[in-house]
Write a protein that binds this ligand. Sequence first.
Ligand SMILES: Cc1cc2nc3c(=O)[nH]c(=O)nc-3n(C[C@H](O)[C@H](O)[C@H](O)COP(=O)(O)O)c2cc1C
Length: 317
Amino acid sequence: MKTPDPVWEGPDLSVCIAGVPFRNPVIAASGTFGYGREYADLLEIPRLGGICTKGLTLRPQPGNRGPRLHETPGGLMNSIGLENPGIPAFIEKELPGLRALGPVVIANLSGSAMEEYERGAALLNNTSIDMIELNISCPNVKAGGMAFGLEVETAAAVTALVRRAAPDKPLMVKLSPNAPDLEAVARSCVKAGADALSLVNTFKALAIDIRLRRPVFGNISAGLSGPAIRPLALRMVWELCETARVPVVGMGGISDAGDALEFLLAGAAAVQVGSATFANPRAMTEIIDGIGAYMKERGFKRTGELAIRKTGHCSLA
Ligand SMILES: Cc1cc2nc3c(=O)[nH]c(=O)nc-3n(C[C@H](O)[C@H](O)[C@H](O)COP(=O)(O)O)c2cc1C
């Protein structure tokens, strides 16, 4: 007698990136979700795939003075300046609570000097975080941040340094869309030890207050995020997915499941959601549900089947 087909319980949304298992491919983007607890009453946090912390530096940072946020049509400009309590205080005060929430914990590591990145990475190596996201793409600090991610040599050097300082943690490098040759920077990071890449951070942008006749932000420029950047970000993710030998995590203007699916179809292993959470704190759980519904409707069994073409990273091919 023929045994009946097992009952299909629906699509498996889990993904594995650099050896780290995520329950689904939706991750809260750095700087837009605090340390998790701030959102505890607004959405079901345990349902998220992962949470990236705000950019962490070795020492506490007060952040930038003056205006920090400015809305534009379809976009959000920010100049926060990496305000954070410093890595030792994060480890002591924030990490236990963040860990207890359930999703994968990714520490976004920032710095303004090589030595700072190195010491920060060494501290994070001895904690329970699941992964480091190396931020070499923040446009809002005067020294460091994006300066490390624009050129091949500096990007490779800081990646290699962090790789050595945190040998036990999977390393994802977050790239800047402002790099003149993004693909070359990506290649150099992978060669220097990156296990995954994430992109995009914000686009360097400008707003002028015509009433005060001066730039809105004290640092003159600021970082643009939100729906306005999505087609630009998607094009960059599409191109990197084709060549990168490691998983690519895509972000930039994702507001709903359709947006997220564009990145997954382009070959991204997972997505991050940032600005959308400010407008709709439940955006991420709605996106998870929407991806599941799309996969079920079309008979996809695993998230990895969504890519519409062969990617450079073989497990998705
Ligand atoms: C208010 C704000 C703060 C951010 N802070 C960080 C940060 O500390 N580190 C980082 O790597 N990216 C930071 N980002 C960039 C986001 O993580 C993300 O790369 C970018 O906003 C694009 O995604 P989105 O369009 O979904 O917001 C920040 C973005 C915003 C809007």
